[in-house]
Design a protein around this ligand. Structure first.
Ligand code: DGY
Length: 337
């Protein structure tokens, strides 16, 4: 861990140089320079995620915390920094933060919605196409030198265009995925806690009960937030109700899907394929059963991972941090209830 005093001020959203900021991960672009100007910064510079022990140590007297989705922010951690004003997460997802504990301590919470929506929807569609059209198997086939002839039966996938797309969670990212589906000639159904009249009007999306959505969709994309209500929303029963020709994509959070049940469903052919950006556990060990299944495509939580989007997320996270340190309204506050 490295701790250093505030860099000289130069007009970028400034707090007091007496403020202490904890940064759990290096930031891309020049966002880190902006953090340096906000106060004294303790940042994790070691390999891998900041260990809990180092975070606990760094939090003493902290005024602001800029964390990522791998850091668990709970009441015990907040209690180490009674003067903490703001937690700014470099993510749209908030499941790693105890929002009630933050609210109880008047700690503002900021996150990074919108700037990653389109990029994450692109990733979801890339996974859908890769899984339904068996790209991973095709790539292995060529690389392994097995490509000898053109064969009418070779690695037959399932159509994506002109099929029924089912979206579990019709928030910003779910809606952006639906737009891509419509461009592929798909009809769109969705399950969501609240109706989305705009998506219904502009995309012809139809709100369905979860059971009906799973039973009738050719491809299912899970894009909801992880909460106590949505944990394992795709369980053995849900997988069983899907078509045997169906593809499942998870772009939300790993625990939305029951991993053991998914391994069984893919292994038995009760669903056709899966494309996963997120897994439970995460990171997924290299010897995990999911990785031995040829009909499962797994990527390491890359949903928002482009140069442009990660830069935009970093700057928005710094904007939230700076505003919180100054006691101003955050540009993108989380709903802390
Ligand atoms: C987020 O921001 O929550 C995403 O999972 C990162 O891609």
């Amino acid at each position: 861990m490295t701790c250093k005093e505030a860099a000289p001020r130069s007009g970028l959203g400034l707090a007091s140089s007496h403020m202490k900021v904890v940064l759990t991960h290096a930031l891309p672009d020049d966002a880190a320079l902006r953090v340096d100007r906000l106060g004294d910064v303790c940042s994790w510079t070691g390999a891998g995620p900041m260990p809990r022990g180092a975070l606990v140590e760094a939090m003493a007297d902290a005024d602001g915390l800029l964390c990522t989705l791998v850091d668990t922010i709970d009441g015990d951690l907040l209690d180490l920094a009674p003067g903490l004003k703001v937690v700014s997460t470099f993510s749209v997802g908030l499941d790693h933060i105890d929002l009630a504990a933050c609210a109880a301590r008047s700690v503002a919470v900021g996150h990074t919605p919108d700037v990653l929506t389109e990029t994450t929807a692109d990733t979801a569609f890339a996974l859908l196409l890769a899984a339904a059209r068996r790209l991973r198997e095709g790539i292995d086939y060529v690389r392994d030198g097995r490509w000898q002839e053109w064969d009418p039966d070779l690695l037959l996938g399932r159509d994506v265009h002109s099929t029924r797309l089912g979206i579990v969670g019709m928030g910003r990212i779910g809606t952006a995925i639906a737009r891509r589906g419509v461009a592929f000639g798909m009809t769109v159904g969705y399950w969501s806690r609240t109706a989305k009249p705009e998506a219904e009007a502009s995309l012809g999306a139809q709100r369905l009960a979860l059971d009906e959505l799973l039973e009738t969709s050719d491809h299912v994309v899970v894009a909801c937030a992880l909460t106590d209500d949505t944990r394992h929303i795709i369980d053995a029963r849900a997988l069983d109700s899907m078509k045997s020709s169906a593809t499942l994509v998870n772009i939300g959070r790993g625990p939305l899907v029951d991993t053991d049940a998914l391994v069984r469903a893919l292994g038995s052919g009760s669903i056709f394929a899966a494309g996963l950006d997120v897994t439970e556990p995460e990171p997924l060990p290299a010897d995990h059963p999911l990785l031995s299944l040829s009909n499962c495509t797994v990527i390491p939580h890359l949903g928002s991972s482009t140069v442009e989007t990660r830069s935009a997320m970093a700057h928005l996270a710094v904007d939230n941090l700076a505003a919180g340190l100054l006691g101003e309204p955050l540009p993108r506050p989380a709903d802390v209830g």
